[in-house]
Design a binder for this molecule. Structure first.
Ligand code: FES
Length: 114
């Protein structure tokens, strides 16, 4: 039994997400926004802006950041931290790319529900 593989769940294919776009994944613990940058890097963040709950999956991706669609706060996709003068933190989740498949770390999800 390979624990390293088992702790990840498949959430779709890289091709499912447009470049500079995002896709929302529903999990028992809530919605997670999975973003793809222009360089085909993939990041997973809670799909909820810490400001007033805006859906970050509908935001604008630029570089390795996303701008919230509601009031334009900008968050790092890498750390989930607000950029510029704003303060706030979005929860991030480990995601990895295996070939074309996207895998999300489930232990992080379980920890949320615990
Ligand atoms: S809800 Fe995201 S900036 Fe206000």
């Amino acid at each position: 039994m390979n624990m390293a593989v088992q702790s990840f769940i498949e959430i779709g294919l890289l091709a499912d997400i447009p470049r500079l776009g995002a896709r929302c994944v529903r999990t028992p613990e809530g919605r997670i926004a999975v973003f793809r940058t222009a360089d085909d890097e993939v990041y997973a963040l809670e799909d909820r802006c810490p400001h007033r709950g805006g859906p970050l999956s509908q935001g604008i991706v630029h570089g390795s950041s996303v701008t919230c669609p509601l009031h334009n706060m900008v968050f790092s996709l890498k750390t989930g931290e607000a950029e510029g003068a704003d303060e706030g933190q979005v929860r991030t989740y480990p995601v990895r790319i295996e070939g074309e498949r996207l895998l999300l770390h489930v232990d992080a999800l379980r920890a949320l529900g615990a």
